[in-house]
Ligand binder design. Sequence first.
Ligand code: ATP
Ligand code: MG
Length: 146
Amino acid sequence: MQGKYTFSIIKPDAVRANHIGSILVMIEKAGFSITAMSMLQLTQIVAAHFYAVHADRPFYKDLCSFIASGPIVAMVLEKDNAVVDLRKLMGATNPTEAAEGTIRKAFATSIDYNAIHGSDSDQTAASEISFFFPSRKLLVKQPAII
Ligand code: ATP
Ligand code: MG
């Protein structure tokens, strides 16, 4: 049984191009509920940590600079099979290979500027969610006051 939550970022290229609303429409129409959301800009240090898995790749430095280059929208998305279904909705990393109807087909302009991030496993989703939304568990579990 796959998890119900994934983590996503609308990347700086899509924010700069005013595509936040259009991307959220696609996400909601695909059956996801947005359960947490924050607009923020990453520091270089946080960017390096976020993409640490790619530290040995030749594109790592440019990737970190790009993700820290402007505001992003960080989100927790809820749906059955969330991780896999969001990756399908995002489309291939390289937009020239992305299928029709995917977010990257519509909004990515290159492999470097590809509009959206989505967690690649339930484990990654859990660590990305707790990194970006450390108080989330507390908020979800808080009992109603009235
Ligand atoms: P993301 O992690 O950003 O959601 P992804 O999971 O589709 O994207 P990854 O393999 O995790 O792809 O790579 C992270 C990012 O690094 C990609 O979004 C892309 O911008 C960049 N990248 C990946 N492979 C290459 C490559 N061969 N050349 C240049 N950039 C690349
Ligand atoms: Mg990835």
